[in-house]
Design a binder for this molecule. Structure first.
Ligand code: SF4
Ligand code: SF4
Ligand code: SF4
Length: 369
């Protein structure tokens, strides 16, 4: 079958609608959710949002639809062991149908679309691979925590935080926010390319003003987007405690409820990654810790041609205009390398070890004096 654009959209659209209906019915009707159905939602959204990319690569798109079946098969015996009921078998079967029909249609489909030619930095391909891998691990642990209780999830999140809070910021600054955080992967995968006019294109001034943050006090004037620490803390922790205490939701449930639904709805209303810049308390903590980073992005004003290809709103998840960051890495930079990829000229934006950078800045300072 030839996969015209319309056919590609229809295959994914109908499968996605089926997944949404099954998910809603499970959530509000029978109170049974097969973990594979989450992946069906993700596969549908992902293929539709990146339709230009995936229509030219139908086999890759097909493999995304294989994920719900694999996760479904993987979790089915465990679900059955915990809760032996016919409903589990029914939801597993439905998940298989929703997953395998688009898989087969796409895997045997042919297309005349050409893959878009875009030069990719190897480091960015590696970053995307890392993001997807970590996201999968996160998803598997979360699925398990639903089934087995919180121990596995607690261990995972404990280790995740030890590594990302105590080790990584001092080596690579906020690399977590560019490479590892599942929330970031979700936002990048689902919302980065959504260009429709957002209902809240700009946050109220009072909130934006709060961006003159504790992280910024450490970094000085260079980092106007760093979120205000107590403000983000309040916004992210308050609803979480509210969920736990008022609704008596357990630790297993608040994470997906608060983070995933909140993130999903918030990201539909606000521009890409605004959930990160204004609503994540880890954002400001890591902004502060990032000042100890051993490795940094460096912008060289002397070599810059001012072509504006690296403009903040288009490439940078944290809305940093790298051209304002004369020889200093902003605390919010997550080392995603997107500005480096966007810059058509060699050596303008580079990646350097901090000691070399400090020695260079010292030398410049002496010259100026
Ligand atoms: S700001 Fe928060 S949600 Fe966003 S990538 Fe960083 S840790 Fe994740
Ligand atoms: S400044 Fe560059 S490397 Fe840092 S977050 Fe923005 S685009 Fe990514
Ligand atoms: S893309 Fe490169 S050369 Fe162009 S303005 Fe940005 S840093 Fe300068």
């Amino acid at each position: 079958m030839t996969l015209t654009k319309q056919r590609f959209v229809n295959i994914n659209k109908y499968a996605l609608w089926a997944a949404i209906i099954v998910y809603m019915y499970g959530l509000f009707g029978t109170k049974v959710i097969q973990p594979g159905i989450f992946f069906a939602l993700a596969a549908g959204f992902f293929n539709l949002l990146h339709q230009k990319y995936f229509n030219a690569r139908p086999r890759l798109a097909a493999h995304l639809w294989l994920l719900p079946a694999v996760i479904g098969a993987f979790t089915y015996p465990v679900l059955l062991e915990k809760q032996p009921s016919g409903q589990n078998a029914f939801y597993f079967l439905i998940t298989l149908i929703i997953s395998l029909i688009p898989y087969l249609l796409l895997i045997f489909g042919t297309t005349e679309e050409q893959p878009p030619k875009k030069e990719r930095l190897k480091v960015i391909s590696f970053r995307i691979f890392t993001q997807i891998t970590v996201f999968m691990i996160y998803a598997v642990f979360t699925a398990y925590s639903f089934i087995y209780g919180s121990n596995v999830a607690l261990f995972f999140w404990g280790m995740f935080h030890v590594v990302t809070v105590a080790i990584l910021p001092f080596l690579f600054g906020r690399v977590l926010c560019g490479w590892l955080c599942p929330n970031a992967t979700l936002q990048d995968g689902l919302f980065k390319n959504m260009t429709y006019p957002r209902p809240i294109p700009k946050l109220p001034r009072a909130i934006d003003e709060q961006s003159k943050s504790s992280a910024m006090y450490v970094s000085g004037e260079i980092d106007k987007n760093a979120p205000y620490f107590p403000f983000t803390l309040l916004l992210s922790w308050f609803p979480m405690f509210f969920c736990e205490t008022v609704f008596d939701l357990t630790g297993d449930l608040w994470y997906p409820i608060y983070f995933m639904y909140g993130l999903f709805i918030g990201s539909l209303l606000l521009p890409w990654r605004k959930m990160c810049t204004h609503f994540c308390w880890l954002s400001s903590y890591r902004g502060i810790a990032a000042h100890g980073s051993m490795w940094r992005i460096r912008y060289n004003r002397q070599k810059c041609k001012q072509c504006k290809k690296c403009q903040a709103e288009e490439v940078c998840p944290f809305y940093i205009d790298i051209r304002n960051q004369d020889n200093e890495m902003p605390a919010t930079c997550c080392l995603c390398f997107s500005c480096m990829e966007a810059c058509p000229f060699e050596g303008v934006i580079t990646f350097r070890r901090a000691p070399e950078e400090k020695a260079r800045l010292k030398a410049i300072g002496k010259k100026a004096a």
